[in-house]
Design a binder for this molecule. Structure first.
Ligand SMILES: Nc1ncnc2c1ncn2[C@@H]1O[C@H](COP(=O)(O)OP(=O)(O)OP(=O)(O)O)[C@@H](O)[C@H]1O
Length: 416
């Protein structure tokens, strides 16, 4: 069987290749795939199953379970899709970055499963991180500057990728105004337990985040990381009736979600999709000062000057008047992190900020976050499955799954 790892750095070329294969076109280098049954494991395919489940319920992916597909964690959903596709016995399987959202144990079991079935079909593994390449794949396909497909030996690919690129980020601008009356303890969970339909998810979580601390939140798929974030930042009803104190006030004791959000900067890659208006890069950064999605009012000269400083930090000074939605993915993310940080909130939440990025792009995001941590008094709550190279959090809060719900453990002096 011919297995190929496809480097997704030039994702337009990769999308074109996948589209051509799906249309059963003759693609140079893939002649043996023509007229064969190919199936795709990707986020887009998964989203179609989720939509289908929302309309009709009882998804074929989780038939044995008595709950909607949407309520499964991202890792659980991906695993269910893989098993469903394997049953259909494809001649080749396109795996679009399957490990990106998975925890380490899940990656190991997913890789083991693929190794078991590797002689049943050909695998086309689209990857962004070198560490994700399946051990039994020796051929890597990359697109050169002229967008021509080039097949390389894996060792040569890895050697080639080590060439240095500039991932440095300049000093971040100071705050426009200081927040008043922010207590030393920003977030406190006291013995917080959460159940979904009588299923225990979190078991007596005790966790305190103080001013200026840099935390990494880790834990396997389904351990409750998103649940904790949505209790802090969102309007998850599970946050009421438990002992959760945010900025000195018990959640549900009068402060609106809006008041809480004013004190928090938030970035998750899914935020990128919220921006549908044709705002400029400059407007997008400024919108972080007024907590709106996009900018609906004329910015002041002071706001413009601050945005200019942030664009210089990112090295985007020439892009101020460009349309945000036309930018590449990495640049959009850097701008949205700047947008979340421009007000120097007491707390900055970064939910899997580097997911779906290649190694070098992820390193650039990591440098920006390290800068923010070192040069501001903002506390950071960073969620990721990966041991992100070069990231320097002060502490890790680890969720450990168990049948009674996840328990939490503080890992201090975190070494990455
Ligand atoms: N609304 C809901 N109803 C029922 N179960 C839910 C609901 N939301 C989440 N769950 C379940 O709660 C558990 C924790 O989910 P959560 O999304 O918080 O985990 P996670 O650690 O963020 O996972 P991942 O890393 O895969 O994103 C999962 O088993 C999930 O299926």
């Amino acid at each position: 069987m011919r297995h190929i790892a496809i480097y997704a750095k030039d994702h337009q070329s990769v999308s074109r290749l996948v589209a051509d294969l799906k249309k059963d076109k003759m693609v140079p280098g893939f002649e043996d795939f023509q007229h064969k049954k190919g199936l795709e494991h990707s986020e887009a395919v998964l989203q179609n199953f989720i939509k289908e489940d929302q309309r009709h319920g009882n998804s074929v992916l989780v038939k044995a379970e008595n709950r909607s597909l949407r309520t499964f964690s991202s890792g659980e959903k991906r695993k269910a899709l893989l098993e469903y596709l394997l049953k259909k016995e494809p001649a080749y399987l396109i795996l679009d970055d399957p490990f990106d959202c998975l925890d380490m144990q899940s990656v190991a079991s997913f890789k083991k499963r693929l190794t078991e079935v590797k002689s049943d079909f050909a695998l086309l593994q689209i990857f962004r991180r070198e560490e994700d390449i399946l051990s039994f794949i020796d051929t890597v396909l990359v697109f050169d500057k002229a967008r021509k497909a080039v097949f390389k030996n894996k060792a040569d690919f890895i050697e080639n990728e080590k060439t240095a690129i500039d991932v440095s980020v300049k000093t971040i601008p100071p705050p426009a105004r200081e927040y008043q009356d922010i207590p030393e303890v920003l977030v406190q969970l006291n013995d917080v337990s959460v159940f979904y339909e009588e299923r225990p998810i979190l078991n007596q979580i005790n966790w305190t985040i103080k001013k200026g601390e840099f935390w990494k939140l880790t834990g396997p798929n389904g351990s409750g990381k998103t649940t904790i974030l949505s209790m802090i930042y969102g309007d998850n009803p599970k946050a009421y009736g438990v002992d959760l104190v945010l900025f000195g006030k018990k959640k549900g004791s009068g402060e609106s979600v809006w008041d809480i959000k004013k004190k928090i900067g938030y970035f998750s890659p899914s935020v990128t999709e919220l921006f549908i208006r044709r705002n400029t890069v400059e407007e997008m950064v400024i919108s972080g000062l007024v907590d709106s999605i996009g900018l609906y009012q004329k910015p002041s000269d002071k706001q413009k000057a601050l945005a200019k400083q942030w664009l210089e930090t990112l090295g985007f000074q020439e892009k101020a008047k460009k349309v945000f939605n036309d930018l590449p993915n990495l640049e959009k993310r850097m701008l949205l992190i700047a947008r979340a940080m421009i007000k120097h909130p007491p707390l900055l939440i970064l939910d899997e900020p580097s997911t779906g990025l290649d190694d070098k792009s992820a390193l650039k995001i990591t440098h920006l976050i390290n800068r923010i941590a070192a040069e501001s008094s903002t506390a950071i709550l960073y969620v990721s499955h990966r041991k992100e190279k070069g990231l320097h959090p002060d502490f890790e809060y680890e969720l450990i799954s168990s049948e009674n719900g996840s328990e939490g453990k503080v890992v201090s002096k975190f070494n990455n």
